[in-house]
Ligand binder design. Structure first.
Ligand code: AMP
Length: 450
């Protein structure tokens, strides 16, 4: 079995990981840690929940000179929540390294907290791009000459959000032979080339692109035109999830779903962009402490946030940018656990689920009834694939059906014409069915008498 001791890590780090209960490295850690320990730059596409944060934190911390109270590594994340999560992981490790100083730099609301942290120069800082740029370049003249590693986490999102200008400004202050580690959930072709150039690296690790963890079971639920909120309450009653994240794309849908869930008596919380930073942080902490059964949220929570015990992800609708579906689904089945992702649909909203099917997501299908979930073997699968046209045993049957149809066809559509045609076709089919049965009986009799 692979273990952390096989890497060129310090004894202190191996023992810290042991204490954290990390027994063996995940695949991404197995590939990235040895390279990163050598100081190589890296471009890495990694599945959500694959352990990618530690694939850079472990080598960074191990390469820091803890006797030097000087900044040596910077991690940039696209949102405050993601930055805080990385900070929490680093903080958990820092307990085993008394001289390690890690600081979090995010919004201005946290400014005083940030300032206090700067009385002793941290060796590692984690933060969002704008705030980091200000703090490092303008407000405080932190000595940047000692910075040997820069990490861009969720780089595709950093790029989507237009943060690269800030990042470039920051990078221009750092030394030439910088180790750059770029992590991205997706690496579509154009993006891959850009990020590869940015990392200046030929080393590329690709996990299972664009897909959430393989341990997620995906389900499509036909809610049969029941309102989404009512469907949600029915579903929660049937499913009784341990911890469910309920996603909706529009703000008003998030709000109204939350109101319904509360009204139905669930212990629930709302998480959306409307919350103030402080509230967001508190909410995430309370979710992680398993204080709620249901979290109703916008896609703000779909990226990267690590909440260990999510058992169910419910999408009341699908986001037009379907990569967000993969991120939503990736909130469950974290690190080897299993989990379920449920999508509600009805006849008017089949387009995006069908696209997911085309993209290769394997779904099972159910219909939401009052009494429970009824399995639907066909669901949205292309019907033609399932129902192969039966070959006619007797070619005469096909001919007669054609004739029956022609006879009942009318130029002007009259009431009942379809029904008449159906009866005529049924009559022919029955005739041939009877014929086939008689033939079978005769064959049986014949066989027995022999
Ligand atoms: P990430 O993909 O970085 O969001 O990590 C997902 C989760 O896996 C986090 O909760 C980590 O604490 C956990 N984790 C990371 N590495 C390991 C490991 N080697 N063994 C067990 N858990 C881990």
């Amino acid at each position: 079995m692979a273990n952390f001791a096989q890497f060129n890590l310090s004894k202190e780090m191996v023992s810290a990981l042991e204490k954290l209960g990390y027994k063996e490295p995940s695949p991404v850690q197995g590939k990235v840690i040895p390279k990163a320990l050598r100081g190589d730059s890296i471009l890495c596409q990694s599945e959500t929940g694959s352990g990618k944060t530690h694939s850079y934190l472990i080598p960074i911390l191990d390469r820091l000179d803890l006797n030097l109270p000087r900044l040596q590594a910077i991690v940039i994340c696209p949102s405050r929540e993601l930055a805080r999560q990385v900070y929490d992981f680093a903080f958990a490790l820092s307990k085993y390294f008394p001289k390690l100083k890690v600081r979090l730099f995010t919004s201005s609301e946290e400014k005083s907290e940030n300032e206090q942290g700067l009385s002793i120069a941290p060796q590692l800082v984690i933060g969002t791009p704008g705030r980091l740029k200000d703090l490092l370049a303008e407000d405080y003249k932190l000595n940047l000459r000692g910075v040997k590693t820069l990490v861009l986490d969720e780089a595709d999102m950093l790029m989507d959000m237009g943060y690269f200008e800030d990042i470039d400004a920051l990078r221009s202050l750092l030394r030439e032979d910088l180790q750059v580690m770029v992590f991205s959930a997706t690496l579509e072709q154009g993006l891959k080339e850009k990020l590869r150039k940015y990392a200046g690296s030929d080393f590329l690790y690709e996990g299972e692109e664009n897909k959430s963890s393989g341990n997620v079971s995906h389900h499509l639920i036909d809610i049969k035109h029941v309102g989404k909120n009512e469907a949600l309450i029915r579903f929660l009653k049937i499913r009784q999830p341990y911890l469910a994240l309920v996603f909706a794309s529009k703000k008003e849908d998030v709000n109204s779903a939350y109101a319904s869930v509360k009204e139905a008596g669930y212990s629930a919380v709302l998480f959306s962009g409307d919350l103030q930073t402080r509230e967001r942080r508190k909410t995430i902490r309370m979710i992680k402490e398993n204080r709620y059964q249901v979290v109703v949220c916008s896609d703000l929570l779909s990226r990267g946030i690590d909440i260990e015990d999510v058992t169910d992800v419910i999408s009341l609708d699908l986001p037009n940018d379907l990569t967000y579906y993969y991120h939503r689904a990736g909130r469950t089945a974290r690190f080897g656990k299993s989990g379920d992702s449920w999508i509600f649909y009805d006849d008017d909203s089949t387009k995006l689920p069908l696209t997911l099917i085309q993209q290769g997501v394997k779904f099972d299908f159910s219909i939401l009834r009052k009494e429970g979930l009824e399995s639907d073997p066909v669901g949205l699968l292309p019907k033609t694939k399932l129902k192969k046209k039966k070959a006619f045993e007797d070619p005469e049957e096909a001919k007669e059906i054609k004739i029956a149809k022609a006879r009942t066809r009318v130029d002007k559509v009259k009431p009942g014409y379809k029904r008449k045609q159906k009866w005529a076709v049924e009559k022919v089919k029955n005739k041939y069915r009877r014929k086939a049965i008689k033939k079978k009986i005769r064959a049986n009799l014949h066989g027995k008498s022999e």
